[in-house]
Design a protein around this ligand. Structure first.
Ligand SMILES: [Zn+2]
Length: 308
């Protein structure tokens, strides 16, 4: 049974599907960044299947917010005033557009058990899951999504480069409130059809893994990657664009770089080189001053304790 209700306020258009039975309380978010549109279409496809009862919830509840940052989505821009997926908290005196969204979104995250946050990225095409698998549920949920790559330790890496509060995005916020959160980077953000497909399939895989829905009437378009073929990569160093310069080349996510390979040429003549043999993770070619430029990391599988 799918009991459906919709809640709209000035910031968020929230779609709630309730089985009426005990089970996980899952929140699905899209367009935290307004220019990652394919994922939104994937969430809408999933919602249509719920509303037509082609997917029947058997346990728990799903709260879907396909377009979190509507103003940025309508402008096809990452954000209006600032990156929504940083400094996520309740603001007593909200100033920016994204502060107001945080105030509407954070209580919903705090209320949920599990977050599935759908994104797309710039410097690469392979879909991957980003997580912080502190417990076995988050690790197994990440594996169940079906992506060939899983990256972890993003928040510690960004906190080392910036500050602890800055590093708090959706996943970090729900973990603070006792939940589990994964981010799915569904592919290259301008490949909308591909991102839509990955987003939709990921959501089907997640509800199957969580054993909360009957999905037998869904025709599957893509298969899961078997767990033994998944590559785990640990984020280790974040490079922030602090001054004018340019990337040493157009790096792609998962490019292998040898020690001392130039990564960034600054206009002042200084060069940033890879400190050891490593993988480039989530590069941007021409970020704004103050923006994330690229990350490096290494192959390593995380330890995950038993779920509480
Ligand atoms: Zn994003």
């Amino acid at each position: 049974m799918n009991l459906f209700r919709r809640q709209q306020n000035a910031q968020l258009d929230v779609h709630i599907y309730d089985s009426g039975c005990p089970g996980p309380n899952v929140i699905i978010t899209g367009s935290i960044h307004g220019n990652e549109k394919g994922t939104v279409y994937g969430i809408h496809e999933f919602m249509t299947y719920l509303e037509q009862s082609k997917i029947t919830l058997t346990k728990g509840k799903i709260t879907a917010i396909p377009v979190v940052n509507l103003r940025a989505f309508n402008k096809s821009e990452r954000c209006i005033d600032r990156d929504l997926n940083r400094n996520m908290r309740i603001y007593k005196k909200p100033k920016t557009h994204e502060d107001f969204i945080c105030n509407a979104l954070c209580p919903l995250l705090a209320d949920a058990d599990i977050l599935i946050d759908l994104h797309a990225y710039e410097g690469g095409e392979t879909a991957y899951v980003s997580c912080a698998p502190h417990n076995i549920l988050e690790k197994e949920l990440s594996v169940s999504i079906g992506c060939p790559e899983i990256c972890w330790n993003f928040s510690n890496t960004i906190a080392d480069a910036r500050s602890e509060p800055f590093s708090i995005g959706t996943g970090e916020y729900i973990r603070q409130t006792g939940g589990v959160g994964i981010v799915i980077e569904c592919g290259q953000k301008f490949q909308h059809d591909r991102c839509q497909l990955v987003a939709f399939e990921s959501l089907i895989n997640a509800v199957q893994f969580l054993d909360m829905a009957d999905t037998r009437f869904i025709e599957r378009k893509a298969l899961n990657t078997p767990p033994e073929h998944i590559s785990w990569h640990k984020y280790e160093i974040a490079y922030i664009k602090e001054k004018e310069g340019h990337s040493a080349k157009v790096f792609k996510h998962m490019d292998l770089v040898k020690k001392d390979t130039p990564l960034i040429y600054n206009d002042d003549g200084t060069v940033i080189k890879a400190p050891y043999d490593s993988f480039i993770l989530m590069p941007r070619h021409e970020p704004e001053i103050g923006g994330d430029w690229m990350f490096i990391g290494k192959m390593e599988e995380p330890f995950a304790s038993k779920a509480a």
